[in-house]
Every structure is written in structure tokens, then in C-alpha cells.
Design a protein around this ligand. Structure first.
Ligand SMILES: Cc1ncc(COP(=O)(O)O)c(C=O)c1O
Length: 370
């Protein structure tokens, strides 16, 4: 082993990358914070869980099937998604969560010397995946807490291969409507792939939210991301997807990883497409959560940032990391936003009614200590 020089083997962009460290599991956190229960309001999960048909798939699942490889590219699920959105099955590519699909797009279109463009305060995985792939992430500042097309266009150059728009934006909830997205696509004029990450699109009730699949027909550089993790309540099974014009999808398919989506995820997701009763029930739940949080923010005099999605942000008169720890000690998990470049803010998912009540009580107690 004397010849082994790890440093020599590690690319500079990997050596300099600060690894993301996931939170420990709930059982460890319970012990660490000395509580018997933790309300999960930090990951934008759906407290209603998966739709009934997906639950049935999971309940009836034969454990002997665990020995069998899944079909390699989600044949049936891609057809179900395509039928729902008027696409061809070849336009749909599945991944182990939308996170894996972000990696597929970067791998398919970026090489050394290229860059991706996104916002400075958005879902960080675009920036991270680019950085540790040796691709420069260019971060355009948000304007009024939303993606700013002028700043994005200024950041683009001849080396830009992919522009990531988070629509609606995690964490601010801000969103572009159909006309705005179309204007942006016209301004980009095919110079780069434009990704519309629509992880929270199913929560959009506002008229005017983009019909991105229709835009894709006229703008073949548009790629749309969706996930089963949020409204469809399948975050634990890890399944997301992208849709693109046929030639773009064929390019991404070359480097996508077959068999990366497991059998259970494929079958539960297929059973979820497109349960409108679950969609309506979840939207109803979110409407109540949103109203409750707005009332709490008004009562406590806290600025609120809210838009589309199953979450909103609150500004605190104290460091968010301190508030986070104190809320944990009271059995509530909310997201401290310093890591999203929003110091002093907390992001709260609209959880179950008891979870929201526990949050309100814990937050009041934490603020009373300041
Ligand atoms: C905007 C956005 N995109 C993608 C993802 C990743 O979703 P998945 O669970 O499908 O990997 C998330 C998850 O939080 C998200 O907020």
C-alpha cells in the first residue's frame, strides 16, 4: 500500500467540496434532544401519506419479490405518466428521486469548462451536483425572493449548458406563470437546456401556472422535473421523473442508470397516477395549514414568505439555528434556513393538525425565551 496517494487521485473539485451531512435518524435525534416524539415539519413531506391505491400495492406486496430485479426503465409507469400528460413514453425518464434526475441532466449536457446557471437561494442540489462534477455553478441573485430572468440571462454565456429554474421555488414558494416562462424560453432562444423543476407543481391551484408539457412542444430545450416525493407521499421510496422533447430525452437516456428505481417505488407510483381525490384532499390540507401558519405569523408579528407549495417561511427575531435546536428540544423539526442563504428564517412544512399545533406552541415558548 506504500504507493497509495489518495490526494493525487482525487480531483480538485471533489477535494474542495464540503460534503452534505444528512441529519441522523429520528431515533438518534429523540435521544439527543431528550424527547419522546418529533413532528416532521422540515422536509415538505405529505402528512396524508400515499394515495389509497399505492397503500394497497405496498400492503399486498409479496416479500419474495425482493429477489427479482425491477423492469429496467419503468415501462408501465412511463406509459401511465405519458398518458396523463399527453406525452410519448420515450419522453419520460425515471430516477431514484428527482435528485438523481438532476444528476442525469448535468452528466448528459455538461463537460469540463461548462457552467450551469441557477439562483443563489433555491434548492441547493443543482449547485452541489454541478460543483462536485467539476462544472461551474453560476448563481443569479433572486429578486423579491423570486427567480429573476434578467439576472439569469446576464449569467448565461457560451459555456452555459443548463439553466435550472425551481418553479415554484423551494424555499420561497415564488413562481413564474406560463407567460413568464414562455418569455424566458424565447429570450434563451435554445442556447441552453432550461430545466423547470416542478417538484411542487401539483400544489399549484393558481390559474396561470405553466403548462410546461405544452411549452416543450414549441421549446425542445425545455426539460420538466416532477417527483412522487411531495404530494404523492412516496418520499421514502425515492422516485422522480423528467420529461423532455424526444431527442433531448434520448440523449439523457444514454447516461441514465437503468434499474435505479426499485420495484416497490415503480408499482406504488403507478398506482398513484393520477389520483385526483388524493390531489384534492392534499390541497385542502395545505390550504388549512397555510391559513393556520398565516394566522400564527400575524399573531406573533413574524414576517411570512409564502407562495405555492406545502411549506412557508417565517422570519424570527433570533438566529434560525438556535431556534431550530430549541424547537427540537420541544419535539418539533423545522428547517433552519441559514444553509439556504436565508439566515434568521425557518421553513415550515404544512404538517398534520397536531403537528402544526405543536409547532405553534413550541415557537411561542422559544420566542418567549428571547
Ligand atoms: C425543488 C426540489 N426539487 C427536487 C427535489 C428532490 O426530490 P426527490 O425526493 O424526488 O429526490 C426536492 C426535494 O426536496 C425539491 O424541493
Amino acid at each position: 500500500m506504500s504507493g497509495f496517494d489518495l490526494e493525487r487521485l482525487v480531483p480538485a473539485h471533489v477535494a474542495s467540496f464540503q460534503a452534505y451531512v444528512p441529519a441522523p435518524p429520528d431515533d438518534v435525534l429523540l435521544r439527543r434532544f431528550g424527547v419522546t416524539h418529533l413532528h416532521r415539519l422540515h422536509n415538505n413531506e405529505n402528512p396524508l401519506g400515499p394515495p389509497p391505491a399505492a397503500r394497497e400495492v405496498l400492503a399486498r406486496w409479496d416479500p419474495a419479490q425482493a429477489a427479482i430485479y425491477p423492469q429496467g426503465d419503468g415501462w408501465h409507469l412511463r406509459r401511465a405518466i405519458a398518458a396523463q400528460f399527453g406525452l410519448e413514453a420515450e419522453q419520460v425518464i425515471l430516477g431514484n428521486g428527482a435528485n438523481e434526475v438532476i444528476g442525469f441532466v448535468i452528466k448528459a449536457f455538461c463537460e469540463a469548462g461548462c457552467n450551469i446557471v441557477t439562483a443563489d437561494r433555491t434548492f441547493a442540489v443543482y449547485e452541489w451536483l454541478a460543483s462536485f462534477s467539476g462544472i461551474e455553478p453560476r448563481l443569479a441573485p433572486l429578486r423579491a425572493d423570486g427567480f429573476d430572468e434578467a439576472a439569469l440571462l446576464r449569467a448565461i454565456d457560451a459555456q452555459t449548458r443548463v439553466i435550472f429554474l425551481c418553479n415554484p421555488n423551494n424555499p420561497t414558494g415564488s413562481w413564474w406563470d406560463h407567460a413568464r416562462l414562455e418569455r424566458f424560453l424565447e429570450a434563451v432562444d435554445g442556447r441552453a437546456i432550461v430545466v423547470a423543476d416542478e417538484a411542487y407543481a401539483e400544489y399549484a391551484e393558481a390559474p396561470g401556472f405553466p403548462d410546461s408539457f405544452a411549452l416543450m412542444a414549441r421549446h425542445p430545450n425545455l426539460v420538466v422535473f416532477r417527483t412522487f416525493s411531495k404530494l404523492w407521499g412516496l418520499a421514502g421510496l425515492r422516485i422522480g421523473w423528467m420529461a423532455a422533447a424526444p431527442a433531448v430525452a434520448a440523449t439523457v437516456r444514454k447516461i441514465s442508470i437503468s434499474y435505479s428505481v426499485n420495484l416497490l417505488a415503480l408499482e406504488a407510483a403507478r398506482a398513484s397516477v393520477w389520483d385526483t381525490a388524493h390531489l384534492a384532499a392534499t390541497r385542502d390540507h395545505v390550504r388549512q395549514g397555510r391559513a393556520g401558519l398565516a394566522a400564527l405569523a400575524a399573531r406573533l408579528g413574524l414576517p411570512l414568505l409564502d407562495g405555492i407549495g406545502n411549506f412557508a417561511m417565517l422570519r424570527l427575531p433570533m438566529p434560525d439555528t438556535v431556534a431550530h435546536r430549541r424547537l427540537m428540544a420541544r419535539g418539533v423539526m423545522a428547517r433552519a434556513m441559514t444553509s439556504f442563504r436565508y439566515p434568521g428564517w425557518l421553513r415550515v412544512s404544512f404538517g398534520s393538525a397536531p403537528a402544526m399545533a405543536a409547532f405553534a406552541e413550541a415557537l411561542e415558548a422559544v420566542l418567549a425565551e428571547v
